[in-house]
Design a binder for this molecule. Structure first.
Ligand code: GLC
Ligand code: CA
Length: 560
């Protein structure tokens, strides 16, 4: 796989997600920046990733961690300059690493010039028509048009003081664009060209299934809306008009050589609908987040693999595998929690999602986290997904075995979820704490000054410098896994086994599959170490017992 020689490089790429504000701070203002990323290119190269995806680095008042974009074609001065962006891209490319940037097309920020213009313009004006404005209802016209709730709490409608309200599916600082408006469509095409011209290799599309909306009267109430399945008739999500929008984007992508790539953030229940975003006429690839919500259980993992390989096949794309990102509790912590907890509100069948949130509410104290088991499972799950056909997304810090920082002081929190859902969700700051590079210093080597979110003392032992000096560390495991994967993939070449896997018999609680000569065996839940199949051991996510048998919460790769 090489960026320059293979336009299909993304199909089996390992993509490293950088949350720029929390990666590396070059100038000591506490905020990670582009020169910080450039300085760490050798680290990324040594890690062995194929591409990086940068979460938003655009000018933003940070009402939602940068997903509130003031200007889509600029760099936030707190993070760098366009020149520094070009330097960063050149350095990454020179190291053979591709660059994917985040596009946030569902909403802008309320500081965007077009939104400011809309506010300053009268009702019914073309400026207001770039967003979604509606008159208030009720006897005095001062009630929101519907009772719909926003993703981080509160109403989706914000009054502007002249009888109108605007729609925001997320925070009030994130007004939704009107995708029926040709000016809005044209402006995003220009943004895609702007970054493509600057040499980016691809795009990650935020909330990709929400852009198109049908808000014709009468609008359903919240209960009706909640009961509706997403799909062509839903007023907000997964509407058929999106096909047309992304077909236009595809023309832009294909006007470059190699064509630019895109992956959509798509959370839909119906696999066939998800596949529509992943075709070569559309974005090209769609995220699957199933593993973010799954327990560490063999049967669940197996079912998720089957469904998503099917989606990929339907779309003639490749699947994505993700265990952590900037929106969820880090997987080393998720897997350190008991799978079911008697007496807790999430006992039994309740989704993992709720359990994680409940745990965060107790600031990570109840139930207590089993850190050793959590990390073993995390590494085993990572080795499992790295052996699957498709591409893997690695979130910064997981290669250090970082856990969630669940006990941040409330005064330090930044996530709007914390402020807008008081009492039931503390939000996502705990996975966004700046990562430790050194065991000491004002921010563990993140920068010359303090970090924008406080780091816990235990970060010292997980710092890059400490782990780099320790062959038994999580960092070494990731480096070995990525290097071995590269070699094994090269061995598969263009054979059918490259895209497909075959399940082999294994005891309950164990999964064994192979792609050609590459075997992957994971012991999810068998307490007594299990026999490994014959073959040459290539990688193990933990110590093998007697050097030959696979303990619980461990994955091994073999060549056989
Ligand atoms: C996506 C992002 C998330 C953001 C939201 C609104 O889900 O991953 O971080 O808050 O979109 O833009
Ligand atoms: Ca900085």
């Amino acid at each position: 796989m090489s960026l320059t020689s293979d336009p299909e490089w993304w199909r089996d790429a390992v993509v490293y997600q950088i949350y720029p504000r929390s990666f590396a701070d070059s100038n000591g203002d506490g905020i990670g920046d582009l020169p910080g990323i450039t300085a760490k290119v050798p680290y990324l190269q040594k890690l062995g990733v194929d591409a990086v995806w940068l979460s938003p680095f655009y000018p933003s008042a940070l009402a939602d961690g940068g997903y509130d974009v003031d200007d889509y074609r600029a760099v936030d001065p707190k993070i760098g300059t366009l020149e520094q962006f070009d330097t960063m891209v050149a350095a990454l490319h020179a190291a053979g690493i591709g660059v994917i940037v985040d596009i946030v097309p569902n909403h802008s920020s309320n500081q965007h010039v077009w939104f400011q213009e809309a506010l300053a313009s009268p009702k019914g004006s073309p400026a207001r028509n770039r967003y979604i404005f509606r008159d208030g209802v009720g006897p005095n016209g001062d009630q929101p048009p519907t009772d719909w709730r926003a993703a981080f709490g509160g109403s989706v409608w914000e009054p502007v003081g002249d009888g109108q309200f605007y729609l925001h599916l997320f925070t009030p600082e994130q007004p939704d664009w009107n995708w029926d408006n040709p000016e809005v469509r044209a402006d995003f095409l220009e943004t895609l060209r702007f970054w493509s011209d600057r040499g980016v290799d691809g795009f990650r599309i935020d909330v990709a299934s929400a852009l198109a909306k049908d808000l014709a009267e009468p609008l359903p109430d919240k209960a009706t809306l909640d009961a509706m399945k997403t799909g062509p008739n839903h007023p907000l999500y997964d509407r058929d008009e999106l096909v047309e929008i992304y077909a236009e984007w595809r023309q832009v992508f294909n006007s470059y050589d190699p064509p630019r790539f895109a992956v959509g953030e798509v959370w839909l229940e119906d696999p066939a609908r998800t596949a529509r975003y992943a075709t070569s006429q559309s974005l090209g690839q769609a995220f699957n987040f199933d593993l973010l919500r799954a327990d560490f259980r063999a049967s669940d993992f197996k079912a998720i693999v089957a469904t998503n390989l099917e989606v990929a096949e339907m779309a003639e794309s490749s699947s994505t595998w993700v265990l952590s990102n900037h929106d969820v509790v880090r997987h080393a912590s998720r897997y350190g929690l008991p799978l079911t907890v008697p007496g807790a509100p999430y006992e039994g069948q309740a989704p993992t999602w709720d359990r994680d949130r409940q745990w965060l509410l107790t600031r990570g104290t109840q139930p207590p986290e089993d850190m050793v088991l959590g990390l073993s499972r995390a590494k085993a799950a990572t080795a499992f997904i790295l052996a699957l056909p498709g591409s893997t997304y690695v979130y910064q810090g997981e290669e250090l075995g970082l856990r969630e920082v669940a006990d941040l002081p409330d005064t330090a929190r930044q996530d709007p979820t914390f402020f807008r859902s008081p009492g039931y969700d503390v939000g996502r700051d705990g996975c966004r704490v700046p990562i430790p590079w050194e065991p000491a210093g004002p921010s563990f080597g993140f920068g010359p000054g303090a970090a924008h979110l406080p780091q816990p003392a235990w970060f010292a032992g997980h710092s890059v410098a400490v782990e780099a000096a320790e062959p038994a560390s999580t960092l070494w495991f990731y480096r070995q896994a990525l290097a071995a994967r590269r070699e094994l993939l090269a061995g598969l070449g263009a054979s059918a086994a490259a895209g497909r896997l075959e399940w082999l018999d294994a005891p309950d609680g164990v999964l064994h599959f192979r792609r050609g000569t590459w075997h992957c065996v994971t012991n999810f839940a068998v307490a007594e170490p299990v026999e490994l199949p014959a073959g040459e051991l290539v990688l193990a996510s933990g110590d093998l017992s007697d050097g030959a048998r696979l303990p619980e919460a461990t994955t091994a790769w073999l060549r056989a």
